[in-house]
Design a protein around this ligand. Structure first.
Ligand code: VG1
Ligand code: CO
Length: 542
């Protein structure tokens, strides 16, 4: 067994963010950059003699990074590496495979919805034995290890052929190439009534799924077209491409505009959906409308009992703090608990593991359940398809009825992208300083009721996460939240999350920009974003 030890020096910028280490491709192309971070993972996780799952969304560098990981994992004495054919596994599929195989962990190669290709982004995420993103304490330990690293080890050799299913050996390590779709599809079949959904599609109900040339293409074809019998062509952009065809694989109203336009045209299918680069996000579209992710979470919570796996009810639900409070209203009605966590899926892991919650989600188009420990785009689409089949109503009717029952939480996120890092920090620090004086302040017709900086104590392990965003509550049922993105790859992105509750059904069909104008103006004024960044308005409204 020939282990090569290579001397290296630390990179100072390998601190993982909201979702792993995400950097521009040229940063990852620096000699030793991938190896250093992978060695830090292997050192901290100690997977000797255990099973590791590896796969990615197929973006540029996916192939290259996987070969390095295999060689390093072999040198680290890992007993078995389960890798998706051609290096492909969606983020929720990695989670499913970790759990199905009793693996000790997994490495996911993706920068999610960020563009790919030589000028795009790349990322490495580490998941733990429960199938979910490793907790903050582990990621912090990995970061600290990157700062002290002096060498890494690998078993050198020719690239392994990952196109063929089956087992090969690399030194003492078994490398097992698996079908990337099989375990995931089998899991979906245990959660939903595929016979019922197939009959629904056979009855003439039509849908579109846009895979955005990213990882979900093969999963969506296997499920919607092959298993559920939707006609060929139901899945759009179904072939994963290393640069996603030059598009942002981001399922939002800006980047999924063609799908939204198609669904708005006469005679269009009644249901449209899309997923992101690594398959964990989802977009739900009806005829002429887009379902806000916070609303989607609430609708799913209110209707989950229609799917076999959730027919017995929900243990509880959770949402990230900036996600609208719509799901809380459903939880209250159902008599179950609703938890509020910091942004990022890793904070749902303990609640799911401890059976305190069954469903969870984020305003950033992430929804999921206890079936895996990641958000799951295709799962959300199957959930909506189930609701549509069982209720026999349109997406729009379901949404309007939901609002009539629970009230509507108008919602929007304003992003100020790529502002200088110091300016982004100045906005948050400025708000922090203002907090004590805010209650009672009147701004543009609204009155501040309370304001704080969100901190979270995990109810399961007691770990504390400070400084997770500034919250301003207004007496008029409105809220503004401010935080800095933890997934960007250049400068800072300020996220301003706006919401306002409307109980009156006659006022639930306003344009959300209009309904939120006062709270948007109040947020801008209080935070003085223009004064601190020079920006007159957001770059993206989601
Ligand atoms: C963003 C979203 C967050 C999500 C994260 C990873 O993080 O706001 O809700 O969990 O992306 O999603 P941030 O720190 O940039 O706001 V994904 O689909 O990129 O794995
Ligand atoms: Co993603």
């Amino acid at each position: 067994l020939l282990i090569t030890k290579v001397a290296t020096t630390p990179f100072k910028d390998q601190r993982p963010g909201t979702s792993g280490l995400r950097k521009a491709v040229p940063v990852y192309q620096q000699p030793h950059y991938i190896e250093n971070f992978v060695q830090a993972i292997l050192d901290v996780a100690d997977l000797r003699g255990k099973t590791l799952v590896v796969g990615g969304d197929g973006r540029f560098l996916n192939d290259h990074a996987i070969q390095i990981i295999l060689q390093m994992a072999a040198a680290a004495g890992i007993a078995r590496i389960v890798v998706g054919r051609d290096g492909i596994l969606s983020t929720p599929a990695v989670s499913a495979v970790i759990r199905a195989r009793g693996a000790a962990g997994g490495i996911v190669l993706s920068a999610s919805h960020n563009p790919g290709g030589p000028e795009g982004d790349f990322g490495i995420k580490y998941n733990a034995a429960n199938g979910g993103p490793a907790p903050e304490s582990v990621m912090q330990a990995i970061y600290e290890r990157t700062l002290a690293i002096e060498s890494y080890s690998l078993v050198q050799g020719p690239d392994l052929d990952l196109a063929r299913l089956g087992e090969t050996k690399l030194a003492d390590t078994v490398v097992e190439v698996v079908d990337p779709v099989e375990t995931y599809v089998a899991l979906m079949e245990t959660l939903f009534d595929f016979g019922r959904l197939k009959a629904f599609l056979a009855s003439g109900f039509r849908m579109r799924f846009d895979a955005m040339s990213a990882v979900t293409g093969p999963y969506a074809k296997a499920i919607f077209e092959d298993r559920l019998g939707a006609p060929a062509g139901t899945v759009l952009n179904g072939k994963p491409l290393p640069d996603f065809g030059g598009h942002h694989p981001d399922p939002n109203p800006v980047h999924a505009v063609e799908l939204i336009r198609e669904l708005a045209s006469p005679g269009a299918p009644g249901f449209g959906a899309a997923s992101d680069g690594d398959g964990d996000r989802n977009l739900i579209v009806g005829n002429g409308l887009v379902v806000a992710p916070s609303d989607s979470l609430a609708v799913i919570a209110a209707n989950a009992h229609l799917a076999p796996a959730y027919a017995g009810g929900l243990a509880g639900v959770a949402r990230s703090m900036p996600t609208s409070r719509a799901v809380d209203r459903v939880a209250e009605r159902l008599g179950i608990r609703s938890y509020e966590t910091p942004t990022g899926w890793k904070f749902f892991g303990n609640l799911l593991d401890a059976d305190r919650i069954t469903l969870c989600g984020e305003e950033s188009a992430g929804t999921g359940s206890n079936h895996v420990r990641e958000k799951d785009g295709i799962w959300a689409v199957l959930m909506w398809l189930t609701i549509l089949a069982e209720r026999g109503e349109s997406v729009g009717e379901i949404l309007r009825q939901h609002w009539a029952t629970f009230g509507r939480d108008y919602y929007a996120r304003h992003d100020y992208e790529e502002v200088p890092t110091e300016a982004g920090e100045a906005v948050i620090n400025g708000l922090r300083g203002l907090l004590p004086g805010l209650p009672g302040r009147k701004v543009g017709g609204l009155t501040v009721a309370a304001a704080d900086e969100f901190a979270y104590t995990d109810p399961v392990d007691g770990s504390v996460s400070q400084r997770q965003g500034i919250r301003i509550f207004f007496e008029e049922g409105a809220r503004a939240v401010f935080r800095l993105s933890g997934t960007g790859t250049s400068g800072a992105t300020i996220r301003v999350y706006l919401e306002r509750y409307e109980a009156d059904p006659s006022r639930q069909n306003l344009d959300s920009g209009e309904a939120l104008a006062a709270v948007a103006a109040a947020a801008r004024e209080i935070a003085d974003i223009q004064g601190k960044t020079g920006r007159a308005g957001p770059t993206v409204i989601a």
